[in-house]
Design a protein around this ligand. Structure first.
Ligand code: SF4
Ligand code: SF4
Ligand code: SF4
Length: 280
């Protein structure tokens, strides 16, 4: 089929303004919805955090009943913002429960740091091969640290009695959790960039050293050329990776299976092992 002139015509400035206006409207709606979420970043909604869930709701791609930490009150708030009738909490995403705080049995902890990597709000302190401990006031109860622990020494302890949802979690706690989550993301990006810069400098130095080396034979010259080509290709790959890097806080908005969700981003000091378990 031949494309019509309308199909092939370049987008007009008016089209561009319309698209930008729609995008701004969606972003503003996502902002309002995100502000209503508890910010535990637990991923129980099936998204990789509160923001991607808010964005999916803003686009009309997710219902308002997927957030167990917000519970029935959270659903009512989201439904009011969306202008829809509240739905019961979808049991496929969990149940509304009293809020819990993680506690580490320090006599069993082997200091593997896996829980630190999993914690979205930096509520765990410790260092490699040393005992770890949870800062209870910072813990959102997301339970993302539990499954990765290889010695099962993290327990979730309910701390709000019968209170659940927004009765067990204040707006101030949500705001603080969000600030810690964003600060952690920034730190991880910074650490990754610093590590990339270190590796790039190392590769450039190696390349320069090879260029200075005089080959004593044709075979040696060819070996040097091969090494140079490998290092140059690695430098180019790293450059392309940097270019393609996502902007900060642009978490994927696609739904993910919570059990398959990527663990907290690795840092140079804390690479995420391939066998990290997720909560069941
Ligand atoms: S389920 Fe967890 S990650 Fe999803 S919106 Fe609620 S608090 Fe945020
Ligand atoms: S300590 Fe565990 S339960 Fe608490 S916020 Fe961190 S990952 Fe979640
Ligand atoms: S995951 Fe478990 S064993 Fe490893 S540091 Fe954390 S609490 Fe300790």
């Amino acid at each position: 089929m031949t494309a019509s002139a309308a199909d092939t015509a370049p987008a007009s400035p008016a089209d561009g303004r319309l698209d930008a206006g729609l995008a701004a409207g969606l972003a503003a709606r996502a902002d309002r919805l995100e502000a209503l979420l508890p910010q535990t970043q637990c991923t129980k909604c099936g998204f990789q955090g509160c923001r991607p869930y808010a964005e999916a709701m803003a686009r009309g791609e997710a219902d308002c009943n997927r957030c167990p930490p917000g519970g029935a009150e959270g659903i009512r708030r989201l439904a009011a913002e969306l202008g829809v009738a509240p739905l019961p909490l979808d049991p496929g995403h969990g149940t509304e429960q009293p809020r819990a705080v993680a506690r580490i049995d320090e006599t069993l902890c082997i200091g593997c740091t896996l829980c630190i990597q999993a914690c979205p709000v930096d509520a765990i302190v410790g260092a490699a091969k040393q005992m770890h401990t949870v800062l209870p006031d910072w813990c959102t109860g997301c339970d993302l640290c539990v499954a990765p622990c290889p010695v099962d020494c993290i327990a979730m302890i309910p701390v709000t009695g019968e209170r659940t949802g927004w009765d067990a979690w204040s707006q101030q706690q949500a705001d603080d959790a969000r600030a810690r989550y964003l600060s952690r993301k920034q730190r991880l990006v910074r650490e990754r960039e610093e590590n990339d810069a270190r590796l790039a400098a190392k590769a450039a130095a190696k390349l320069e050293a090879l260029r200075q080396e005089a080959a004593s034979s044709e075979a040696e010259r060819q070996a040097q050329e091969r090494k140079k080509a490998i290092i140059q290709a690695a430098i180019e790959r790293a450059r392309q990776k940097r270019q393609a890097a996502q902007p900060l806080n642009a978490a994927p908005a696609d739904p993910v299976d919570r059990h398959e969700a990527a663990p907290a981003a690795a840092s140079p000091d804390h690479p995420v092992p391939s066998d990290t378990k997720r909560p069941q």
